[in-house]
Design a protein. Structure first.
Length: 258
């Protein structure tokens, strides 16, 4: 009975979110990507309590069966002028980001089992860090670089890095038995790696890559000693600096050609 109540609660929240954002977009003529990322934030926060709501895997599977076709239906011509406008009016290549979002969350739930911490951190990364990259990029982005999915910004990637760090470090510090220095090292290592993954993701696949890679990276890092984490950082930091430098060079090249 409680599983059914959890399913109903999540569906009601998601429906209310779509209605609210559709009204917000029509009323304030907001940038379509802002509305879309607000949807991602809302979806992520709505799904965050799933490990506490469900005591079996079938409710998560049922939610996928319901939400994935519903999101696809919203992309059809019949709904694009209403709720579907929240998903379909972004001026970039067509993607299935919301479908990947649902698939990523479902896969993560099956991977994490009864471990809320390993579920919650990748969901926070997906809901907050990925959205921060887009929102900061739209508002403050000046240094653009080209990816498989069009332009992204250096400022957005740095926003992802900072937000991801806190999405990892704070839950680990509060809800894991790890020492504070371990949580710091894990957060720094994973935020650097995931920033690079987000930077090269295409066609909405960051919504799949971030939770899945986030889980495996977190699971591996939590089993490492402090010495192993430091060793991984020694390898990762130069790679991240090289990646950022490449992005800066690309951004400079793009700006000089405009």
């Amino acid at each position: 009975m409680f599983n059914w109540l959890g399913i109903a609660l999540i569906l009601i929240i998601l429906t209310g979110l779509l209605v609210t954002l559709s009204w917000y977009k029509r009323t304030f003529s907001s940038h379509p990507e802002v509305v879309r990322k607000l949807l991602h934030i809302g979806m992520g926060l709505a799904i965050l309590p799933v490990p506490w709501l469900f005591d079996a895997t079938w409710p998560a599977l049922l939610l996928v069966v319901i939400t994935a076709p519903a999101l696809l239906a919203l992309r059809t011509a019949r709904f694009r002028g209403n709720w579907g406008a929240v998903l379909c009016s972004v001026g970039r290549r067509q993607s299935l980001g919301e479908i990947y979002f649902v698939g990523g969350v479902a896969t993560l739930f099956f991977l994490t089992g009864d471990d809320p911490l390993r579920f919650s951190i990748p969901i926070l990364l997906l809901a907050l860090a990925d959205a921060a990259a887009a929102l900061v990029g739209i508002r403050y982005g000046r240094r653009h670089y080209t990816t498989f999915d069009g332009d992204k910004t250096l400022e957005g990637s740095l926003a992802f890095l900072v937000t991801a760090f806190f999405c990892i470090q704070v839950p680990l510090l509060l809800f894991s038995p790890l020492q504070s220095v371990e949580t710091l090292l894990i957060a720094l290592l994973l935020s650097l790696l995931l920033m690079m993954i987000e930077a090269v993701a295409w066609r909405g696949l960051d919504n799949l890559f971030i939770p899945i890679f986030g889980f495996f990276l977190l699971d591996g890092a939590m089993g490492m000693s402090i010495g192993e984490l430091v060793g991984q950082l020694v390898l990762t930091i130069p790679l991240a600096i090289f990646t950022i430098q490449v992005l800066i060079n690309i951004a400079f090249t793009v700006e000089t050609q405009r």
